[in-house]
Design a protein around this ligand. Structure first.
Ligand code: ZN
Length: 203
């Protein structure tokens, strides 16, 4: 199973980090071993003081008639060690230490097929930190929609059943602290409620 992520897919988020609007999708990956258990918690790594939450629509890839399709949908977190990422970006180095570390990815329970969403309907989602909405967005705000992303990714990487595609985060990313609580809502439904802990805390 591969976890493929798209960066800078919402204009307002690209701007908040001072990045240009991309001309083609920005693609990176995380290993399956980076996955946080379904019930959490999020454990902040000891090597960063600035781990950011990025809530994203996540699609599970299926295949229909030999074609990769977005078969299921849910919410995920692309946790990012922003301090490490800024340092790597400044030196033109790869992002993996900032994006693919152990405990850097969360995927909520997958929802049934996209067929249940009417065509043209935007999938709305939001993230609350300690009860306050910090990020909200919908699928219609993506610079590249899911089918465009799949077609682009497939030029480089074969997509297989069960692969996960993170589609980028809307504006409002921010730092996590031990004791924070993150709730993710998809179409108004609570999909996850996760505690945030320091690396040293036990249990
Ligand atoms: Zn992201």
């Amino acid at each position: 199973m591969k976890i493929i992520c798209i960066g800078r897919n919402y204009g307002e988020h690209a701007k908040e980090l001072g990045n240009a609007i991309p001309e083609e999708p920005v693609v990176f990956m995380k290993p399956p071993s980076a996955m946080i258990p379904l019930s959490g918690p999020i454990t902040l790594p000891s090597f960063s003081d600035d781990v950011h939450h990025e809530v994203e629509l996540v699609y599970e890839i299926g295949r229909k008639g030999g074609k990769a399709i977005p078969a299921k949908v849910t919410l995920g977190l692309d946790l990012t060690a922003r301090d490490v990422q800024q340092h790597l970006k400044a030196k033109g180095l790869p992002w993996e230490k900032a994006k693919a570390f152990d405990g850097s990815v969360y995927v909520a329970e997958l929802r049934p097929s996209m067929d249940s969403f009417p065509t043209g309907h935007h999938i709305e989602f939001l993230l609350k930190k300690n009860g306050q909405v910090v990020q909200s967005g919908h699928s219609g705000q993506m610079l590249f929609d899911v089918n465009t992303l799949i077609a682009h990714v497939e030029r480089y990487f074969a997509l297989e059943n069960g692969d996960l595609l993170f589609t980028g985060t809307p504006a409002g990313v921010g730092r996590l602290s031990p004791g924070d609580r993150l709730e993710g809502y998809l179409l108004g439904e609570l999909l996850f409620d996760l505690a945030v802990e320091a690396a040293s805390s036990v249990g």
